[in-house]
Design a protein around this ligand. Structure first.
Ligand SMILES: NC(=O)c1ccc[n+]([C@@H]2O[C@H](COP(=O)([O-])OP(=O)(O)OC[C@H]3O[C@@H](n4cnc5c(N)ncnc54)[C@H](OP(=O)(O)O)[C@@H]3O)[C@@H](O)[C@H]2O)c1
Length: 327
């Protein structure tokens, strides 16, 4: 597994981390025992960075990681997030009070007194990012967090925050079917010394060896309302990706491994966080951190899945609220 810096001043972590949103059942049923098996195999595979958030199962994902850490003396580099309020309606709050109480709740559920990385999950547009950055710097000074980051922000917001204090990471969706960060964000991260953390690198299951079946999605499955998984887009996407899957097979690697290796090849400051419930799938994902794709393979992938191949937006209008879409 390649090792990469979690930001210029951050710890070294495996280039493939583990997204723990799946532990809260957002992509299908699971339980604590299965999540613990996945966490146990993570370190064997060199997967040392865990990504979670307060809203993943309203604390459930963090609680499961916490119960695992209580029984096992493993050391992971943990990132969590705050700033999204879901009830009575979805809104964003980046106030010092909310960020502090959320961080304290996360530390308690995780059973730790420090996390390496604390993200603002979505920006509260009315609140200047400079003010939010000062709040986060306080948490660093208090020794509660090693560094901080932002999710779904634009290059200009990143630069404003980084002018006050080093930003450890920016987390946005990035994969072969979501190329927007190439319009400046990946480069801005490099410039300011932040890691670019790519979420949903397996395209929410589309780059797996078999396509997911929307007929089996539970009501709360986040793909149920995602335009790319709704017809006619879904069938068009399955058709486009099948040639990529065949190509991966012809190269004797799984499609997920190839998709992750492609993401990591886009910059040495990129860390990918696939989300999975199972250790079998994690094994395929982690393998992406050890594969170096050849120039010929990169060029063939580009022919099969060129930028813009995907049908449908990556989020519906409601899911897009809070995302800074400009570059
Ligand atoms: N900041 C944000 O706003 C934001 C948004 C979304 C996600 N995230 C973070 O990013 C992490 C990853 O996002 P994601 O979960 O959407 O990533 P993803 O890995 O692209 O998608 C997860 C889906 O892919 C499947 N999958 C993963 N690896 C597989 C494999 N090798 N073979 C077959 N299926 C596979 C999973 O199914 P199985 O469970 O069956 O393996 C699950 O259905 C999340 O856990 C979360 O921590 C952040």
């Amino acid at each position: 597994m390649q090792q990469r810096e979690l930001g210029k001043d951050g710890p070294k972590v495996g280039a493939v981390g583990l997204g723990c949103m799946s532990f809260s059942g957002m992509y299908g049923p699971t339980d604590e025992a299965e999540a613990h098996r996945t966490l146990a195999s993570a370190l064997d595979l060199g997967v040392t960075h865990l990504d979670t958030a307060q809203i993943y199962g309203m604390g459930l994902s963090e609680t499961i990681i916490g119960s695992f850490l209580k029984q096992n003396k493993h050391h992971f580099s943990i990132a969590t997030k705050a700033g999204i309020i879901t009830k009575p309606e979805r809104r964003f709050d980046n106030s010092p009070e909310l960020l502090r109480s959320s961080l304290e709740g996360s530390l308690k559920r995780l059973g730790v007194d420090f996390v390496d990385l604390f993200y603002v999950h979505r920006r509260e547009q009315e609140r200047p990012i400079e003010e939010v950055t000062h709040t986060l710097v306080e948490f660093v000074k208090e020794g509660k967090i090693g560094g901080f980051g932002f999710s779904e922000i634009s290059p200009s917001s990143l630069r404003r925050a980084a002018s006050i204090h080093p930003v450890r990471a920016v987390q946005n969706e990035y994969s072969l079917w979501t190329r927007m960060p190439e319009l400046g964000l990946i480069r801005a991260c490099k410039e300011v010394g932040a890691a670019f953390v790519a979420f949903s690198p397996v395209a929410r299951g589309m780059f797996a060896d078999r396509s997911p079946d929307p007929a089996t999605f539970a009501d709360h499955d986040i793909r149920k309302r995602n335009p790319r998984f709704i017809e006619p887009n879904f069938s068009a996407n399955v058709a486009a990706i099948s040639a990529f899957r065949d190509y991966a097979e012809s190269q004797s690697i799984s499609a997920a491994t190839m998709a992750l290796a492609w993401v990591l090849a886009q910059g040495d400051h990129i860390i990918a966080i696939p989300g999975t419930r199972t250790s079998d799938h994690l094994q395929q994902d982690a393998a992406g951190g050890a594969v170096q794709l050849s120039a010929e393979q990169m060029s063939r992938i580009d022919e099969l899945l060129p930028p813009g191949f995907a049908h449908g937006d990556r989020y519906n209008d409601q899911q897009m609220v809070g995302v800074e879409r400009y570059c």
